[in-house]
Design a protein around this ligand. Structure first.
Ligand code: GLN
Length: 261
């Protein structure tokens, strides 16, 4: 049972968040209240939120596939739309499957998949702060995290062994970054967003290398956008990976799933 002053405090938090333009002010207020150790910390958290910091960076985690994923300030915040990649990947896993999450950011996808069963899970990212987060999330579940550009830091023992390759490359066209919400534009690293002129620069490099790392009949799952869908499917075909499209309209999610022959 909440006391009268708790109800008043919640209403006050909601008012401050709403005035700052937070669309989900009630949900955010509840999360901040639950996360703060006391009124002083709550006040600091609200001030940071009103100042435009992503909620996930303030509370230190993001909800993803029903799990709490640690996300430090400066690290790409896992998006709900990326849950589609995890759901599609989960359908392809067998006991002992080798999973690789490239451009893993906080390691959200790899961590959720590692929690689903007995798999060998690897993840890599180029950004040191993301790698530190991914290690915190994934290593307790027995996974391995590497720091470097795409396949470059991977142990050669993974070559030809990856059954499920899950990838959320940066795919925002450079010019579209200016149109992103300030939370992304100002508080997430450009290296996690910027996909070059047409958004597909990193996807192209990633697809060019995929064949060396996928096991026979291994699958590659790539998050993309409707604008990039046709070209992404073309890149899959060129890499010898017969593509199909998966979507979830509720989450605005589109992914290409390809299989190596
Ligand atoms: N469209 C993604 C977003 O939600 C961009 C993420 C990415 O580039 N991988 O911000």
């Amino acid at each position: 049972m909440k006391s009268g002053s708790d109800v008043w405090m919640r209403a006050d938090v909601i008012t401050r968040l709403r005035a700052a333009g937070c669309v989900f002010a009630e949900d955010e207020a509840d999360l901040l209240i639950a996360s703060a150790a006391g009124p002083d910390e709550l006040d600091v958290m609200i001030t940071r939120r009103v100042g435009g910091l992503p909620l996930e960076h303030i509370v230190g985690f993001a909800e993803f596939c029903g799990r709490r994923i640690a996300v430090d300030p400066g690290v790409f915040v896992p998006r709900r739309r990326t849950e589609l990649l995890v759901e599609e990947a989960a359908k392809l896993l067998r006991q002992g499957s080798v999973v690789l999450d490239l451009c893993c950011g906080s390691g959200a996808a790899a961590t959720v998949l590692a929690g689903y069963g007995d798999y060998e899970v690897h993840a890599a990212d180029i950004e040191p702060a993301a790698v530190a987060c991914a290690r915190r999330n994934l290593e307790p579940l027995g996974g391995h995290v590497y720091e470097g550009d795409l396949y470059e830091p991977l142990p050669s023992s993974l070559r030809g062994r990856v059954d499920v390759l899950v990838v959320n490359v940066p795919y925002v066209p450079t010019e579209a970054i200016a149109l992103m919400p300030p939370e992304a534009r100002l508080h997430e690293p450009a290296v996690a967003l910027d996909g070059g002129a047409d958004g597909l620069d990193i996807a192209r490099r990633m697809l060019a290398g995929a064949g060396d790392w996928l096991a026979p009949q291994g699958h590659l799952l790539l998050e993309t956008s409707d604008e990039q869908l046709a070209e992404s499917c073309e890149l899959f075909r060129a890499a010898g990976l017969g593509p199909r499209v998966a979507r979830c309209d509720d989450r605005g999610a589109v992914a290409v799933v390809g299989r190596r022959d």
